[in-house]
Write a protein that binds this ligand. Structure first.
Ligand code: MN
Length: 244
């Protein structure tokens, strides 16, 4: 058995290639929570190439929109250099031709953004072999330490999964704050949290969401709205942190 085969069985090495910091954080947390302790992050295509060829990870999660290269180019380049590990493309573009481009470049799988963290491990499980004494990754397993017999705990779980998706939408929207369509997404999220965060006992989130929702209604300057959006993101991250 080769050394890489042993490592694969015991503790798969994961390389997350992602330029968005919120997405990096969420993905790292989700792997850590599952007990993976060999997780690396590359924030652009060049870092990804260097880290992948040096460390030979078992699985690479490859964002397609990277600041310096297209993720498909990185995949192609890795395959040209005989990288043999699994590569799952992660992209907001989920049209069939987008997927085909990634598969043609050498990806083994494709996940669309925003990532649904409830099904994430079942989507990637076929690309990482787990130890025999581990349960099969599944939706229940992912949040097993959070599931509570009471209904409110179940509702909280749903809330957290939804919050992780919203964080990704907010992060993308903040990157393109000049785009009205993106600002509309922020407005919709602020409005939703204004309506339901209090129900979950999340007073700070509720108050920031109310202020942001009001800001949109009053046509406040863009810089006010992005500042409040950043506060909203920080409040959501803190809630996700406390629950994981
Ligand atoms: Mn990206």
């Amino acid at each position: 058995m080769s050394p890489s085969k042993i490592r694969w069985q015991d503790n798969p090495m994961i390389l997350i290639v992602e330029d968005n910091r919120v997405n990096q954080l969420l993905m790292m947390k989700i792997f850590e929570k599952k007990g993976f302790n060999s997780v690396m992050v590359a924030k652009n295509g060049h870092e990804a190439l260097e880290m992948a060829l040096k460390n030979n990870p078992d699985l690479i999660l490859m964002d397609i929109q990277l600041p310096d290269m297209n993720g498909n180019e990185v995949i192609q380049s890795l395959r040209n250099k005989k990288f043999a590990g699994s590569i799952v493309a992660v992209s907001a573009d989920a049209l069939k031709e987008d997927m085909d481009r990634s598969f043609a470049a050498g990806a083994n799988g494709y996940i669309s953004k925003p990532i649904n963290f409830a099904t994430f491990f079942s989507q990637i499980s076929k690309f990482i072999k787990v130890k025999n004494d581990q349960k099969n990754p599944s939706q229940t397993d992912l949040h097993s330490d959070r599931i509570d017999p009471s209904l409110s705990a179940a509702a909280k779980n749903v809330f957290i999964i939804d919050a992780q998706e919203k964080l990704q939408i907010l992060a993308e929207a903040l990157e393109h704050a000049e785009d009205e369509n993106q600002m509309g997404k922020i407005k919709a999220i602020a409005h939703e949290y204004k309506g339901n965060a209090g129900y979950f006992g999340l007073k700070e989130l509720e108050s920031i969401a109310r202020e942001l929702d009001l800001g949109f209604s009053n046509d406040q300057p863009g810089e006010n709205l992005t500042k409040l959006t950043r506060q909203l993101v920080a409040a959501i991250i803190s809630i996700v942190d406390k629950t994981s």
